[in-house]
Design a protein around this ligand. Structure first.
Ligand code: NAI
Length: 269
């Protein structure tokens, strides 16, 4: 049964004090913004990173320490089920519990569909879909165990999907990416139903967010996007923080298996 929260003043529902959150791909971009939001809401935070330099990681550690929460970063490749499973178990050991997991790591490869190499296709699917599933699965097992021990009522999983789950991005060609995100949203909905007794599962689908992922595109693409985004601008990563905290917190206690699209109106026209 879905956990029912007691009536409380609204801002208190957003508090994550005493909770522990894990964000994959949390050292930059959207994952970093989500992790900062969760920390600002009071959660202790663990992130995974894959390729960030030691220097960058030092800055990240200092940033989270300045927020006054417990923070730890784990090097982990989410496509390896054993690695991400052990990483989740290690977070529970290091922090003593786990409440929120954000499977966020993702990659985008842009190639015409007829030319997509098998390697690029597999990479796209294995990070965006397999990796997210392995992360959620490890989290679900950690939540279940804590529930049996009486230390957790309900965990929360917030996937980072994409508006590409529902629309066909243009003019860039990225059919496997779009398919991986559509699969992820479907997975989110299935897990939300299957795991409702011990986890609340939802997804955030960002539109065009100013991160390294968009930097690879030529100016013509950006100009075209501006012409089809009603909001007429890109979103900054910090503008997503509130949505991650909402879905990770009791403020969204009856939201189950939803895809929250944040696209400045992009998916509406
Ligand atoms: P980014 O490239 O800055 O971040 C991607 C993160 O995923 C990085 O931290 C990277 O290290 C991590 N990652 C990639 N492969 C990994 C692997 N095998 N194991 C572990 N970590 C791995 O890009 P951004 O934009 O922050 O992307 C984050 C998520 O948001 C992705 O899932 C992406 O598909 C999604 N997204 C991004 C949008 C955008 O406009 N930037 C729009 C919609 C969705």
């Amino acid at each position: 049964m879905l956990y029912q929260v007691a009536e409380s003043p609204v801002l208190s529902l957003f508090s994550l004090k005493g909770q522990v959150s894990l964000v994959t791909g949390g050292s930059r971009g959207i994952g970093l913004a989500a992790a900062i939001g969760l920390a600002e809401a009071g959660s202790d935070v663990a992130i995974t990173y894959n390729s960030s330099s030691d220097e960058h990681m030092k800055e990240i550690i200092a940033k989270f320490e300045s927020l006054g929460i417990k923070f730890k970063a784990y090097k982990c490749n989410v496509v390896n089920k054993k690695d991400i499973t052990e990483c989740v178990e290690q977070v529970v050991k290091d922090f003593g519990r786990l409440d929120v997991v954000v499977p966020n790591a993702g990659i985008a490869v842009h190639e015409p569909a007829e030319d997509f190499t098998e390697d690029d296709y597999r990479k796209t699917m294995s990070v965006n879909l397999d990796g997210a599933y392995y992360t959620a699965q490890a989290a679900a097992n950690a939540f279940k165990k804590q529930k049996q021990q009486g230390t957790l009522i309900q965990g929360k999983i917030v996937f980072t999907a994409s508006v590409s789950s529902a629309i066909v991005n243009f003019p860039q060609k990225q059919a496997p990416y779009n398919a991986s995100k559509a699969g992820l949203v479907r997975l989110c909905k299935c897990l939300a139903v299957e795991w409702v007794d011990f986890a609340r599962v939802n997804a955030i689908s960002p539109g065009f967010i100013a991160t390294d992922m968009l930097d690879v595109h030529p100016k013509e693409n950006r100009d075209f996007w501006m012409s089809v985004i009603p909001g007429k601008r890109h979103c900054q990563t910090h503008e997503l923080k509130g949505a991650y905290v909402f879905l990770a917190s009791d403020a969204s206690s009856y939201v189950v298996g939803e895809e929250l699209i944040i696209g400045g109106g992009y998916s509406l026209i």
